[in-house]
Ligand binder design. Structure first.
Ligand SMILES: Nc1nc2c(c(=O)[nH]1)N[C@@H](CN(C=O)c1ccc(C(=O)N[C@@H](CCC(=O)O)C(=O)O)cc1)CN2
Length: 282
């Protein structure tokens, strides 16, 4: 069996095209959705992601600005700046790129963002709203994965879904979304015993561990849908997922590539969330 490739780049382009009417409707009312991205420190990967986000917005005629600060920025100064942005009506979305330098408390910083502008969906009240089934903003990566599953017409009701990784930004919200859609969800973590026993049961397997190639073909149920959230840069400079693509593609029914899978979907769902934030101001 050779798996179908779930092309995130192509799907992201389709979603962007479909947003044109919503963007135009806002522009007719003199509203241009605006995002401010805050980047602290000089992590090279974060710089790429932030640039890609800003370019995506600019290409569609939306406003985006990137504020870059040195790693020495104090938490107080960062939170003060976020409070200013909370009060700026031209800014619909505020995003603090993660990871933050170790001297900054990411929870405290994120909780300074107004929940109505938290287009990442990471604020504790947005996380709580998602948990109770009434989300204001869905975190972009799991939201993008749900769109990929939808595009593949994957039946989630009654399906066995296994999520490896329990982070606040991917694993936990991913599990909640799958559960809401009717799947039976297992969340595995680095301490899970006999991981393969879980993964081999999965009709839908979402891997978000940050450990390159940790899921191999022999751990996958034949025909399963495999979603690889990992983006790891190898010593050779090439990007690798958390799934060993070469063996997994011979077993899975469908699989996301890295690059060109979940990554582009994360960025387009940020666009969706920011447009929604602007529409709520109508
Ligand atoms: N505030 C946030 N921080 C982080 C998030 C997030 O959603 N909000 N997610 C990740 C990083 N991330 C977005 O910020 C992200 C990572 C990767 C991609 C992407 O398109 N990757 C490309 C490859 C890009 C490359 O060449 O390096 C791909 O997979 O095809 C988009 C967004 C952590 N931080």
């Amino acid at each position: 069996m050779t798996a179908r490739i779930i092309d995130g780049k192509k799907l992201a382009e389709t979603i962007k095209l479909n947003l044109a009417d919503r963007i135009n409707a806002l522009k007719e009312k003199d509203i241009i959705p605006g995002l401010t991205v805050i980047l602290v420190g000089d992590d090279p990967a974060s710089q790429v992601y932030v640039r890609n986000k800003a370019n995506t917005f600019t290409k569609l005629g939306l406003n985006s600005s990137v504020e870059q600060y040195p790693a020495s920025l104090s938490e107080e100064a960062l939170c003060d700046r976020i409070r200013e942005l909370n009060n700026d009506p031209s800014v619909h979305g505020i995003l603090v790129q993660l990871p933050l330098p170790a001297n900054l408390d990411a929870n405290k910083v994120i909780e300074t963002i107004s929940p109505e502008k938290d287009v990442d969906g990471f604020h504790i009240s947005n996380a709580g709203a998602l948990m109770t089934g009434r989300p204001l903003f869905i975190p972009c990566t799991p939201y993008g994965v749900m769109k990929m599953l939808e595009s593949e017409n994957v039946e989630l009701r009654g399906a066995e879904a296994v999520v490896i990784g329990a982070s606040n930004i991917v694993g936990k919200p991913m599990a909640l979304l799958l559960q809401k859609a009717g799947a039976t969800v297992t969340i595995c973590n680095s301490k899970t015993k006999d991981l393969a026993a879980h993964t081999k049961r999965a009709d839908i397997l979402v891997v978000a561990t940050g450990r390159p190639g940790m899921v191999t073909g022999d751990m996958i149920k034949p025909g399963a849908i495999v979603i690889d959230v990992g983006i790891n840069r190898g010593a050779d400079g090439k990007l690798k997922g958390d799934v060993e693509f070469s063996s997994a593609k011979n077993v899975a029914g469908a699989i996301t590539p890295v690059p060109g899978g979940v990554g582009p979907m994360t960025i387009v769902m940020l666009l969706v969330n920011t447009i929604e934030a602007a529409e709520r101001k109508l």
